[in-house]
Design a protein around this ligand. Structure first.
Ligand SMILES: [Zn+2]
Length: 224
């Protein structure tokens, strides 16, 4: 954080080594005549502690630990510049709250962009008579999202069924069929595209359960 950078090396030396001057700002220890405020409430004290936990600034952590003995909560009288409090406490807590809120808000446009990309791939592939197992489509989508950590933030919760419903609702020409082996994921294909080619149609009927997932994945990956 930029605000933690000492203004001069003299300030740094004094801040790091000299004992805290209670008459000066807890954060910067600079006295240029600006008015100081005092940490009076326990709420403000807790905010200060929480902010220090987040930033882990070693100088301020040490200062905080020395400021008030744990048994003496009434002796809180740390002083601060209003701007220093804004930089070191208010902004830190606000940014932390924003970061925690991000998974359900800021990721949605990215998620939507990747979903459209996956739907386009399925469209192109099925128009080219491909049979796409749902697990391959799901893997393609989760790798776009950036792996399992990002997938956990997915809104709504990412399931294969949710993904399949999205694809099918966007692509009316595509149909889902279950494989003979019910343990295996269902397969998406375009009947119209495949009917043009009798060989493909019979392959669909006879060998739908024996598709080469690896080949499919490779093909799909090449399109990304
Ligand atoms: Zn200050």
């Amino acid at each position: 954080m930029e605000a933690n950078t000492p203004i001069t090396s003299t300030t740094f030396t004094r801040s790091a080594t000299a004992p805290l001057s209670k008459d000066r700002c807890f954060f910067c220890q600079v006295d240029e005549g600006q008015s100081l405020f005092t940490v009076r409430t326990e709420n403000a004290w807790n905010e200060l502690k929480n902010a220090m936990q987040i930033t882990q600034d070693p100088v301020l952590m040490t200062r905080l630990n020395n400021a008030v003995p744990p048994t003496d909560a009434h002796a809180i009288h740390e002083r601060y510049h209003k701007l220093c409090w804004t930089n070191h406490v208010f902004r830190v807590l606000r940014d932390d709250a924003r970061n925690q809120a991000r998974p359900t808000t800021a990721d949605l446009p990215m998620q939507m962009a990747f979903l459209i990309k996956v739907i386009n791939i399925v469209d192109i592939e099925t128009q080219n008579k491909a049979y796409l197992p749902m697990d391959v489509i799901e893997t393609t989508y989760t790798s776009m999202l950036g792996g399992s950590d990002e997938t956990e933030k997915h809104t709504p919760t990412l399931t294969r069924q949710w993904l399949k419903d999205k694809v099918l609702s966007e692509l009316p020409s595509v149909t889902s069929v279950r494989q003979k082996n019910r343990q295996k994921p269902s397969v998406l294909y375009c009947p119209e595209a495949c009917e043009e080619d009798m060989v493909n149609t019979s392959m669909m009927k006879d060998h739908a359960s024996e598709m080469d997932n690896t080949k499919m994945l490779k093909k799909t990956a090449n399109l990304i």
